[in-house]
Structure formats: structure tokens, C-alpha cells
Design a protein around this ligand. Sequence first.
Ligand code: MSP
Length: 508
Amino acid sequence: MGENFYVTTPIYYVNDSPHLGHAYTTVACDALVRFRRLDGQKVLFVTGTDEHGQKVENSARAAGMDPQAFCDRVSRTFRAMNALVGIDEHRFVRTTEDRHIRCATELWRRIDAHGDIYLGKYGYWYSVRDEAPYDESELIDGKAPTGAEVEWVEEENYFFRLSAWQDRLMEFYDANPDFIGPAARRNEVMSFVKSGLRDLSISRTSFTWGIPVPNDSKHIMYVWFEALSVYLTGVGFPDTDGADYRDFWPCDLHMVGKDIIRFHCVYWPAMLLAAGVPVTERVFGHGWWTVEGRKMSKSLGNFITPKALIDKYGLDPVRYFMLRELPFGSDGDFSHRAMVNRINGDLANDLGNLAQRVLSMIQRYCEGRVPAPGTIAPPDDALMAVAHALHGKLRQEIGELAFHRALEILWQAVGDANRYVDEQAPWALNKSDPSRRDTVLYMLAETIRHLAILIQPVMPGSAGRLLDQLAVPAHARDFKALAAHPLAAGTPLPKPEGVFPRYVEEGT
Ligand code: MSP
């Protein structure tokens, strides 16, 4: 594990308002960012908004607004989403900012200087909704494979000589087997490249809302061409002597949805190779959510905003659900029933009850102070071994972006701790064997401390409250503290309060 880590979300189009899908990508990155920071790495986290292109220009017009004012307004709603879903320190980049325009312009220049940009004639089917061109052969019943309407466009455009990079890309994928995850996406991308690459049209003249092409301002850059370069804007490119570029480039991970894998795994590495800039280490394509079994859409009335979700269920349960409910990389369904099951099962019954039971017994039997452990018996050792193994196991799973498995491992430990409470029955030892009672309660409190420290990346607020109840000081909440700062006997603890309330259906 290197010292520095750079991760990005896609930058979100400002023609749409934030929804469950955006929150998902952002929360997954945030959990990863928090995990890495708690694990001692220096992390740069870049997110932002994608503000150029015909789709945005059209939306601004429909709203009766000037495109820049429109972008300012919608971009703010994405910033607000970040605050709402509780994301840690990050850098927010907008593609209408000067620093981005400078970056994209320089990247264009470098690719051009390498001889990979030329002026040509181009006719193609274009979907404004997808901001993507399609081949005749890709159309289904006259529409894009995504179902979007397409129109025939003919222009004189600049082209990126993508075809020239086909072999280099294949070599690159072979030499970097971890570049694309999960494996199914890697196969998809490799067969797409193997089937032959065409040059990519990278400028437009039919509208004006974009970054001008250097030395030919009749043209603006194709929105994807400049949007991808945002990842370099995030580290201050073209200032390659700057600390951010030196510390964080090449980027460690672009987290993206499966729908935009081709842009990130074919076009982007080819652009970087052509510009002579090192390529990102890894791109991971996560799955898509449906809502109550159907594709989310405003017209179906199942469009979920992050705000509605959080108002209803609370922030941490939503973050937990997103990362626990489906294997990261697969598609899944968001349903009220599944959400309530997780809240009342995993959170309230399993972890919530464990903490509440143990902390209340400490309050009652040990005068509200961390008890001193006495002689250690084999079941105590076994529970401690489970707790101490968690960090290593989680590091492995989070390294593979298997958030669901990381949470499964934590909840196995919650199950072990609950079984240990039942078997050791500290309430029955209260009078008969206070020393054994104290040992058992100490082991449990220590296990809860491990669990609370390790769930911080996913549920920072609730984990923080658990750690408050164990009187763990702020400087002893990172992963180093797991082994370095065990609970000290005699520490006074505040009165316990439930951290994971049950969800009660309205009207019951
Ligand atoms: N602007 C481009 C990205 C440019 S990156 C240089 C874009 N923006 S987007 O706003 O349309 O989508 C952003 C992300 O949201 C994508 O990763 C997409 O996969 C994700 N999601 C959109 N709807 C989703 C679901 N229903 N479920 C999960 N993620 C989804 O694409």
C-alpha cells in the first residue's frame, strides 16, 4: 500500500438533479476515502460537475437561463448533495472553471503535438441524451442501444486518432490486469477494442457551449474529451511540478458506473498515452440500482433524491444499505422492504442491541467504568482473536472494493459477540463471580471498540457515537489505535443511549 491515494467520482451532468445513483457512486468513494485515511494514507478525493455540452445547453434554454447561470445553480445542488451524504474532505471541480479549461486545452495541445489530432469530415448518429455518437450498426429500431432518440449529424470535425492506439491499448490491458474491474467489465472492454477502433470525433461546431479548440475557436471540444481531463485538473495539471501532481498522479482509482466504462477504459487511457501522461492505475465499474424492481425515472414516479432517502431513513442507515445490500459491481434493487430489514435486523437487532446490552451492564454492574479484566479463558481469547483479525481482513476486502464482504465480515463478528454474551451470561455472574463478569464485559467492550472504529468509513456518525459511549478519545479512533489503545480499566463511561433506532412504519 503506497503512502498516497487518489480517487475520483465521475463528474455529474448538471442537466439532472442529484439522485440515488449519484449518491451511490459518491458514498462508495467516500467510504473508501475514509477507510484509507483511517489506515494512515494521505488521500486526495476529487468530485465535481460536468457542465458543457449540448444537453446542458438545451436544458439551460428550456429553463430560460443563460448556460453559466444554469450551471452555477445545478452545480450547487451537487455540492449540497455531498454535504447531505456526509462526504469527507474533498476537492470539487467544475468544468467551467478556468483551471479546468487550462488543463483540457493543454491536454489537447499535447495530443495534437504528438500527431494524433486531425481535421476530417464526419457523419454519425448522435444521441443528445447520452452525449454519445453511435454507429448505424449499433442502432436498435432506429434508436440508440440505450433507447435514446438519435439524430444524423454531419460536420467537419477534429478527430482523435484512436485507431492508432488499438494495439498499444491491448498491450496495456495485458500488462495491467488490474486496470479494469470487475473482471466481466474487463472482458467487455477488451473485446470491444479487439473488434477494431475507429477514430473519435472530438470537436463540435453545431453549438457553442464548450471549451474552444486551441487555434480554431469555430470548434468546441467534444464534452467527453474535456470532461475526462477533469481528473488531471484535480491535481493541477499542466503544473506537473506541483506537489499535487507529484504526490497523486497517476490516479489510483476512477470509480464509475458500468455505463461509462468505455469512456474511461478505452478513450481516456488512449488520450493519456498520446499525451505522454502516465495512465490511471484502475477503473472500477459499479452496478446500477433499480427502484422497487424498475428503472428509476421521473416519469415512473420512482425517482429517489438523496434528501428524500435520508429524511426517511437517516444518513448512516442509507450509507450502510447501499454498501451492504449488493455486491459492489453488480446491479441491485432498492426497495423499502429491504431497507427496513437492514435497519431493524443488522443495525438495531444485531449491532445496536449488542452495544446497548453491554454498555448498560457496565453501567449497572461496574459503576459505569470500564471493568478490569481478570484471568483470561479460551472463549475470551477466541473473541479477541476475531476482533484483532478484522482490520487485516477488511483491508483485503476494501482493497478489492468488496464493501459488501467487508460489512459481512464485521457482522459475523457482531454475531460472534452476541453469542458470547449469551453463552457467558454476565448477568448471571454478577453476584456469583464479579471478577469473571468484569472479564467478560471488558472483552465485549473491546470488541465493540474494534467494531466501532472499523465501521467509521461506512457509518461515521453512528460509529462516532458508539466511540463516545466508550469514551474513546478523538486521537485514538484511527486503525493504528485498534492495537495501540485498548480500553483502559477504570475509565468512566457516559450513560449509554441507543445508536441504531428501529424503523417503525408510519401509521403503526
Ligand atoms: N458526466 C458523465 C461522467 C463524466 S466523468 C469524466 C456522467 N454523468 S452522470 O451524471 O450521468 O452519471 C454519473 C454517475 O452516476 C455514473 O457513474 C452513473 O453510472 C451513475 N448512475 C446514474 N444512475 C445510476 C443508477 N440508477 N444506479 C447506480 N448508478 C447510477 O455520466
